[in-house]
Ligand binder design. Sequence first.
Ligand code: ADP
Ligand code: MG
Length: 480
Amino acid sequence: MEGRLSSQWESVCGRLRAEIGEAAYQSWLKPMSVREIAGGQVRLSVPTRFMQDWVVTHYADRLSVLWKVENPEVESIDVIVHSDRLSRAPESRAARGPSAAQVSAAQVSGAKASAARAPKAAAPEPAAAEPAADEPSGDGISAPLDPRFTFDKFVVGKPNEFAYAAAQRVSEIDSVPFNPLFLYGGVGLGKTHLMHAIAWNIRKNHPGRNVIYLSAEKFMYRFIRALREQNTVNFKEQFRSVDVLMIDDVQFIAGKDSTQEEFFHTFNALVDQGRQIVLSADKSPSNLEGIEERLKSRLNCGLVADIHATTYELRLGILQSKADQLGVQVQRNVLEFLAHKITSNVRELEGALNRIVAHAQLVGREITLETTQEVLHDLLRANDRRVTIEEIQKRVAEHFNIRISDMHSARRARSVARPRQVAMYLAKQLTSRSLPEIGRKFGGRDHTTVMHAVRKVDELREHDASFAEDVDLLRRMLEG
Ligand code: ADP
Ligand code: MG
């Protein structure tokens, strides 16, 4: 019974993890443990009251639906607060809240949602497993680190080499080379991976150092809880005694004034003491909305490193590396196909690979181009629909104030040729069209013209920061 229950929990967790993503999983699901099942009710426990509230409002319905798929007898989920864990031996420390026993229980009725929905194939766990487990650090405010997110598993290419180098430097150097290090880029491009890698490295090289990694969301909730419990002195002390503070997804505190204020003070206190700070966000400091000017300008003081959208080569490299980690052989043409088609971000790319591998293992057949297309047809359609060349042409023309017809025209004046090159470049980056196809859409130009445009824009981006910013802005607008 015990064993069955925990294996059910594992699959439920696996499914939900695939749905909500790694960061949310680490913050909310991982610290939970399953305690018992009685009268159709599964009882889960979490270490703090706050987590209880959060899990109940955000995940309870989904948990009960998923659980019903595993075990039709389950009717509802009950989340209680209990600071010690019974059934699931934690490989990392338990969050150390006040060690009150069961504080309260919130009951959640099982959602009667259409449980018929077929569960997604759970992603297979990668074979590699070093470093062994998350090391305890400080007083337990740090979120657990994902063992897969290390530097050696990060595939480096043009779009991320700068961010990678900066991250490595921060994790190796004894002095504080730049403060803060601010990593930014779109979703699923590796920000969290790099941050965990920094933390792993510092903990390995300097075990005595207090390295704290947490999401801005968690920072905020800890702060709010401290306010509620009138315990802000303690909160401040915890954060101000760290050696390295890493806060992920800082955009989350935009508009949350009191949290920003506290963050600002913490930030200043740490910087003044020469402690390293590493932050991530989905936008550059200057483009973060709802963040106070003085905070922005402090964020801009260190090193700001952008992770660009992936290129085909990088996607291919990542796929190859993930396939190796999974210990499976995938034909080159399948990997190439995926790298061409799934251009949105690395998380989706990885998810696609996991799905075809899981499918192949399930049906016991080899992965071919056909099965890949079959298994992923929903995803492939979604990726295709994302941006059209026409949209790109329209946006770029608007942006540079030229006529759309100039995208097709033979005019070679710089004022129209450059925007046209930018549009070709973006078409290559954002769509899965081939060079000849792109050429055709630009007034029947040759594929070598497109290739030249892509190279030219790449070159300009390197030497002209404001041009690079322009192109990135366009890219983001089109992606968003
Ligand atoms: P972000 O925090 O920017 O949204 P993540 O760091 O969570 O993105 O990355 C999403 C997924 O993609 C993770 O599983 C991560 O390991 C993987 N990933 C992203 N970039 C790379 C890369 N360059 N090499 C290997 N894996 C990567
Ligand atoms: Mg992230």
